[in-house]
Design a protein around this ligand. Structure first.
Ligand code: LGS
Length: 449
């Protein structure tokens, strides 16, 4: 594949990404079951300002006008997630036709507008009925997930050509079961490895189900934050390896190579079991692409007090940071794409999320809200993708996070990642300069970068 010097290949796909609980609102409408993020955000003290996704961007009711906005931007693809609890209110068994109906209307409208729908099956909103049966700690969840996936594949595989099983399983295991900062809010060294393993078994089972029923492409979406040692000391180098194994390889490694990183035993100690070889075999299913979510890097030092990693990030002064406190480091995206290519046999890759939170001005000067730092973030990161492609990485598409400002999990509505501003009091959408910029990137296939 030759990549032109000043633009992207003709078949490169440009899109935006969102997730169900973060934008839809109406989480219990039309017979949906409750999900763990609903329960978590309705528990006092879990989310900043005790905010929740009850209304969010009201996209469940405004999807038609939102798709019109996507059309105006010139988006070629839209990555959204399907809420398991809308499809199967009890998590297993009975299918809720109204839940399928919402995604049916969404997908058909996207197609009408010439926008390719791309679906993620699990973006963290587990049905509470399943959490009450142990959730990701229950071995049976691999089968539950495969059954849910199959009912969705059956209904939509004729219209959805790109599927992802899980979004960022690291966040579920690490934030949800190890540190307790995400739903279901557990803090346990022993639970996290079990959650990891069952997430990956579920991924493998869903891919197997897809091979039996689906005809297009399926992959796994992982968050990767490249780790660089703070010094050349052997302690810092070892700490960097632990952090890198725990965040960056814990999930992709079993999926692609059929083994877990050695370092996980060093991180989790006796809490990291020996898994049956047959499980790991099931996890390693050939997949059609890797979805990469990239936001930042980390410079890492040894820190015996940091539980359980014994590693801590070192803030880089003098360089730009986003509102989340994350360093702006586009080179890390090029490095990560090259790393995936070299380590995992050059799979096709989609950048399934990339973006930045900044405090935007409260009001627009004209019709457009000015967000120069977000524009710069996109410009430099999209260039970084191009650099990797010039160096031989097979990147097929790029999805900006996010189409709309939305519910940023435990941070509530305090952080805005959208290229379109949302006024939560009125639900008014206002494009930011980054939306105009991204439209230009799409229209010129990257030539304006
Ligand atoms: O909204 C989420 C975005 C925002 O930033 C989305 O639902 C997730 O898929 C994804 O995790 N998202 C995201 N991740 C950035 C993670 C960077 C971690 C840096 C931690 C430094 C302390």
């Amino acid at each position: 594949m030759t990549v032109p010097t000043n633009r992207f290949p003709d078949d490169f796909v440009w899109g935006c990404a969102t997730s169900a609980y973060q934008i839809e609102g109406s989480p219990l409408a039309d017979g949906a079951g409750m999900n763990v993020w609903h329960r978590f955000s309705h528990t006092r003290g879990r989310v900043v300002n005790d905010e929740n996704g009850d209304i969010a961007c009201d996209h469940y009711r405004r999807y038609e006008s939102d798709i019109e906005l996507m059309k105006q931007l010139g988006l070629q693809a839209y990555r959204f997630s399907i809420a398991w609890s809308r499809i199967l209110p009890e998590g297993t068994g009975r299918v809720n036709p109204a839940g399928l109906g919402f995604y049916e209307r969404l997908v058909d409208r996207l197609l009408e507008k010439g926008i390719q729908p791309t679906a993620t099956l699990f973006h963290w909103d587990l049905p509470v009925a399943l959490d009450d049966r142990g959730g990701w700690l229950n071995r049976d969840i691999a089968g539950w997930f495969a059954d849910y996936a199959e009912s969705v594949f059956r209904r939509f595989d004729d219209r959805i050509k790109l599927w992802a099983t899980l979004n960022e399983p690291w966040v579920v295991s690490d934030n949800g079961y190890l540190h307790g900062t995400a739903a279901p809010g557990h803090r346990s060294l022993f639970e996290a490895p079990i959650a990891t393993h069952n997430l990956m078994r579920a991924h493998g089972a869903a891919v197997q189900a897809y091979r039996a029923t689906g005809r297009h492409q399926i992959g796994l979406v992982v968050n990767i934050e490249p780790k660089y040692p703070a010094s050349t000391s052997s302690e810092d180098v070892a700490a960097t390896r632990r952090a890198e194994a725990q965040m960056n390889r814990q999930f992709i490694e079993p999926a692609m190579l059929g083994r877990y990183p050695e370092e996980l035993r060093d991180v989790f100690g006796e809490a990291w079991p020996d898994w049956p070889a047959s499980d790991v075999e099931q996890i390693r299913q050939p997949i059609d692409f890797i979805g990469l979510n990239y936001y930042t890097r980390a410079v890492v030092r040894n820190d015996p007090g940091a539980w359980p990693l014994r590693a801590a990030p070192v803030r880089q002064s003098q360089v730009a940071h986003t509102e989340m406190g994350w360093e702006v480091f586009p080179q890390g995206l090029t490095d990560t794409l090259l790393w995936i290519k070299d380590r995992y046999g050059a799979p096709p890759i989609y950048v399934t999320e990339n973006g930045a939170a900044f405090a935007d001005p409260a009001t627009a000067a004209g019709d457009v809200l000015d967000d120069p730092r977000r524009v710069e973030y996109f410009r430099t990161h999209i260039r970084a993708v191009h650099d990797a492609m010039r160096a031989g990485v097979d990147v097929r598409g790029y999805f900006a996070w996010s189409m709309l400002d939305n519910f940023e999990w435990a941070l509530g509505y305090s952080k805005r990642f959208g290229i379109i501003h949302v006024d939560y009091a009125t639900q008014k959408r206002t494009p930011k300069a980054s939306a105009t910029f991204y439209s230009g990137v799409i229209a010129s296939n990257g030539a304006v970068l």
